[in-house]
Each structure stands twice: as structure tokens, then as C-alpha cells.
Design a protein around this ligand. Structure first.
Ligand code: 2IT
Length: 443
């Protein structure tokens, strides 16, 4: 395979889409050996086909704000690959949403979903609409307008969206209500729903819980334990909340959370009431500085949490939030494990440094797959018209994270015993999707 040829032809078709190219390049570099062992993949042009989305919907979302003014946003759904199951992946509502961001996310989602062992293809979507600072009525109007256009292209057996940044239970509820009104069916086309409308227990916590189950296994495989370790978390949304809950339960100490403008350092650990307060902060617009003041912690404006001395770093906010300089600081301070709870949280420079220094590095497609895996479990419950208990869902989530860990170990263990989780996750995810594509011919 000629990686540079594939990348340059992709760049020509998608000019300037750097996040998308970054995600593709990472996968291609790590699967090269395996790909070259399968001439049938090359003959079927699997790589050239797998890097392109199946189709992209772009649409206008006009809506009226509280002042009576008309607002126009752009909406997207990228159906990336359905070789192993219906398209599946979240919707992101944030001002930074572009086709490049959604293509990188859809590409990653395809491999992540393959790793979960559940039959789900990859997709992503969203809008440049930002719910923060909008009234509840404005959010409802936007969600309804968004679904008015999207509904024709999704379905419980074809494409099942969920939440991502800026899309939580509230947004899913408004979109689901509109979908049902238009489609006149009740099969649970969105996941991440509230319990009252067919959601699954543990779904809100799942990305964080799954991430910590994965981290625990990484540490144990390396002869370490999670108990007593200190953790730097970034973000303070749903993912960071779930991660903080599980980290405390496992006996670790979370010392940071962060936002786009700065971070909080709490030497006493973010536990108990402080974790629940994180949820309130979003809905009530409370700042991290106020959080720090309320709990006697320190707030550092304009800085990222990666300069703090910790054993474990869990980027949980957004893409490329941890760069080479940050990685160097963490390594200097003795970090032993870094796992991405966000998608593509680390830059390529940061990843190279972690791997060179034999740090346990868990890529997002493995470490944060618990979220979409539990979405898959929500789909199953909806299809069976029943609701599993918390213990049932949690046991299945644990099993899935353990299976993902096994796949990473199988394909990522090097001759010296160091597990390259990025390589393991990419190879395992790729093989599953590539084989499924091969079986189904040129479509
Ligand atoms: O990045 C992700 O895996 C998600 N935003 C969750 C997707 C889903 O369908 O639950």
C-alpha cells in the first residue's frame, strides 16, 4: 500500500480538512503491515473505499430565537460505513463543527463501533449551533427544525444518532419528540434518551465508566493498580462526570477538571457532592472559577491541566486538547497511563512521545467506546421492548470493555511486551470492517 498516495488523493478531494486527514493518517500508518499481508484487501481497494464516507447530508436549519429573529444554522449527517450494521454515532452541536470535524469523527466511529463487538456501522452528524447560552425554548426550536430535515435520512434499522458535545438528554428528547411526530413510529431511533422515553440505565455514565474499566485493565495488565492513583481529567461535562464517579469508586483521586478557558486543581480530590455539582454547573451556567471558590480549590485561567503531577491523564473534552508539549510535561512528571475519553484527544506528536516512552496510551476508539456500546445496548432493549436493570447493563458494559482490551492486546503487543493500544485498536477495528466489506462485494 502506498499511504502517501491514498492521503494525497484524499486531500485533493477534501481540501483543507486537516482533522479528517489526521485521523485517516493515524489509522493507515498503524495497519500498514497487516494490510500488506492481505492482497485480497488491496485488490478490492478496501483502503481507498474505507476512508471515504458512504454519503453526506448537508442541510439548512432555519429557526426563530426568543427575540423573534430568524437564525440560520447548518446541519449535517455523515453516514460513513454500514458494513457491519446500521449507521451509528452521535450528533455534535458546537460552533466549531465543520465537515472536517464530522468526517474525522465518523471515520473514528466506524472502527470504534467495530471494536464494541456489537453490529453497528459508523456515522456522525451535528450542527454549528451552540446550545450554551440559549434558552430552553430556543434549544427546542432548533432541535425541532434540525429534525424536520434529518428525519427522512435516519431510522431505527438504518441510522441511529445519539448525543456528543452539546447534545445531552434534553436535546435528544426534543429531537425524538419531533421524529416521532413526523415518522409516526416509536422504535427508539435515537439513543441517549431519558429513561421515561425508552432510554437505558447507565447510558449517561457509560463513556466515563467504560473508560475507567479500560484504564483499570491497562494498569493491571502492566502489573499496576488503580487504587491510590491521582488522575487529571479535562472537561466537566457528562464524560468527566461519569469518569470522576467511577474513579472515586475505584479508590483513585481526581485532582483536576477543566473548561475551554482554564482548569481547576483540587488537592483534596473531586469526589462526592463536588461531582454532582458538575452536572448543575452546565445547566445553571456556573463557571469553573466559581466551582473552585465554593470548594476551596485553585482555578488557573488560560491553562490546561496537563502540567499537574499525576499518575493518570484522561483527556475528556475535545479533539487535539493534549499536544506534544503537554505530553512532555506529563512524562516528566511521571505519568504512567493516558487514555482518551474524548475523540482524538491527543495530537500525533503527543502520541509519538507516549509510545516512545512506553507510557500506557489508550486511544479514544478503545477507551471511550463504552458510550456507544451502551447506546447499542439501548437499541437492543428498545427492539426487545424491555428494560434491563442497572446491574445487567453495567455487567454487559464491563464485558464489552474487557473484550476491547483483549483485542488491543492481541494486535498491539510488540516483541518487547509493550502494548501499543493504538495499533491494536486500529488493526482489530480495521480487520473487522475490511472483512465485512470484502464479503459484501463492491457496493
Ligand atoms: O463519540 C461517541 O462514541 C459518541 N458520541 C456516542 C455515540 C453513540 O451513538 O452513542
Amino acid at each position: 500500500m502506498n499511504i502517501e498516495n491514498i492521503i494525497s488523493s484524499l486531500e485533493a478531494k477534501h481540501p483543507g480538512e486537516k482533522e479528517y486527514i489526521q485521523a485517516v493518517r493515524e489509522v493507515l500508518l498503524t495497519i500498514e503491515d497487516v494490510y500488506n499481508q492481505h492482497p485480497e484487501f488491496e485488490k478490492a481497494k478496501i483502503l481507498e473505499r474505507i476512508v471515504e464516507p458512504d454519503r453526506i447530508f448537508t442541510f439548512k436549519v432555519p429557526w426563530v430565537d426568543d427575540k423573534g429573529e430568524i437564525q440560520i444554522n447548518l446541519g449535517y449527517r455523515i453516514q460513513f460505513n454500514n458494513a457491519i450494521g446500521p449507521y451509528k454515532g452521535g450528533l455534535r452541536f458546537h460552533s466549531t463543527v465543520t465537515p472536517s470535524i464530522l468526517k474525522f469523527l465518523g471515520f473514528e466511529q466506524t472502527f470504534k463501533n467495530a471494536l464494541t463487538t456489537l453490529p453497528m456501522g459508523g456515522a456522525k452528524g451535528g450542527s454549528d449551533f451552540d446550545p450554551h447560552g440559549k434558552s430552553d425554548t430556543e434549544v427546542m426550536h432548533f432541535c425541532q427544525a434540525f429534525m424536520l430535515e434529518l428525519w427522512r435520512n435516519i431510522g431505527s434499522k438504518t441510522d441511529v444518532p445519539a448525543g456528543d458535545i452539546g447534545v445531552g438528554g434534553r436535546e435528544i428528547g426534543y429531537m425524538y419528540g419531533m421524529y416521532k411526530k413526523l415518522a409516526r413510529e416509536n422504535a427508539g431511533v435515537l439513543t441517549g434518551k431519558d429513561m421515561e422515553i425508552g432510554g437505558s440505565l447507565i447510558r449517561p455514565e457509560a463513556t466515563g465508566f467504560g473508560g475507567l474499566y479500560f484504564v483499570k485493565q491497562m494498569l493491571e495488565t502492566a502489573g499496576e493498580t488503580i487504587k491510590g492513583k491521582t488522575i487529571a481529567l479535562s472537561g466537566f461535562g457528562n464524560v468527566a462526570w461519569g469518569a470522576a464517579l467511577k474513579a472515586n469508586e475505584m479508590g483513585a483521586k481526581v485532582v483536576t477538571i477543566s473548561g475551554s478557558k482554564g482548569y481547576v486543581y483540587d488537592e483534596n480530590g473531586i469526589s462526592g457532592e463536588k461531582i454532582e455539582y458538575m452536572l448543575e454547573m452546565r445547566s445553571k451556567g456556573i463557571s469553573l472559577a466559581e466551582f473552585a471558590e465554593k470548594y476551596g480549590a485553585k482555578y488557573f485561567h488560560g491553562e490546561k491541566p496537563w502540567g499537574v503531577k499525576v499518575d493518570i491523564a484522561l483527556p475528556g473534552a475535545t479533539q487535539n486538547e493534549l499536544d506534544g508539549e503537554d505530553a512532555a510535561k506529563l512524562i516528566k512528571n511521571g505519568v504512567i497511563c493516558v487514555a482518551e475519553l474524548s475523540n482524538m484527544g491527543c495530537t500525533p506528536e503527543a502520541i509519538d512521545l507516549f509510545i516512545e516512552n512506553k507510557i500506557l496510551y489508550g486511544p479514544g476508539k478503545a477507551a471511550n467506546a463504552g458510550g456507544v456500546a451502551t447506546s447499542g445496548l439501548e437499541m437492543t432493549q428498545n427492539a426487545m421492548h424491555l428494560s434491563w436493570t442497572e446491574a445487567e447493563v453495567d455487567a454487559k458494559l464491563k464485558q464489552i470493555m474487557s473484550d476491547i482490551h483483549c483485542q488491543c492486546v492481541k494486535y498491539g503487543t510488540g516483541p518487547d511486551g509493550y502494548i501499543n493500544y493504538m495499533k491494536g485498536a486500529n488493526v482489530a477495528g480495521f480487520l473487522k470492517v475490511a472483512k465485512a466489506m470484502l464479503i459484501q462485494g463492491v457496493i
